[in-house]
Design a protein. Structure first.
Length: 170
């Protein structure tokens, strides 16, 4: 719904689905797409309940790619992510939220800026909007990130639905 296109591959993973993060009911903040390893999900891909559980499990590798649909201060962006993650981390490894903030340079995000978050177990590989990379090692953090995008109350319901629909087709 933003007109932002996503390539079929990212970091060696296949595009499973895309959606949009809407704030205040009408502001399309960013487009989001998830890339997965179809082989890793082959056992669960045709069982909707098992697939939803797998998406909540950071053991299944994936890349979440965000493309900004509008300009936004980096502080507002990171505050939004932290606000979503913190309650989902259940008071574990909360110092990782500060580490996450430091992975983003103090440069405002412009329309079209891209961010990639690759989840592999307890490791987040993060590529910020200016190409800098960093890692966070925390199972609580990666689990909370999976919950943020694929849990019962995802930040983009359209994205979660598209991913659930797209994985069986891979």
């Amino acid at each position: 719904s933003t007109g932002i296109l996503f390539p079929p591959l990212c970091n060696g993973y296949n595009l499973a689905g895309t959606g949009v993060r809407v704030k205040y009911g009408f502001v399309k903040v960013y487009a989001v797409g998830t890339y997965v390893d179809p082989l890793a999900l082959s056992v669960v891909k045709n069982n909707p309940n098992a697939l939803e559980e797998a998406l909540m499990d950071p053991t299944y590798p994936r890349t979440i790619r965000i493309v900004m649909n509008r300009g936004l201060s980096v502080d507002k962006f990171t505050a939004g992510i932290v606000e979503s993650l913190e309650p989902r981390m259940k008071n574990q490894d909360l110092d990782k939220l500060e580490e996450f903030k430091k992975l983003n340079p103090p440069v405002d995000l412009v329309k079209g800026a891209e961010i990639e978050m690759t989840i592999r177990g307890d490791t987040l590989l993060y590529k910020n909007a200016v190409g800098g990379v960093g890692t966070i090692h925390s199972r609580a953090f990666t689990t909370a990130l999976c919950d943020t995008y694929f849990g019962p109350d995802p930040v983009s319901p359209t994205h979660k639905a598209a991913v659930l629909e797209g994985i069986p087709k891979l």
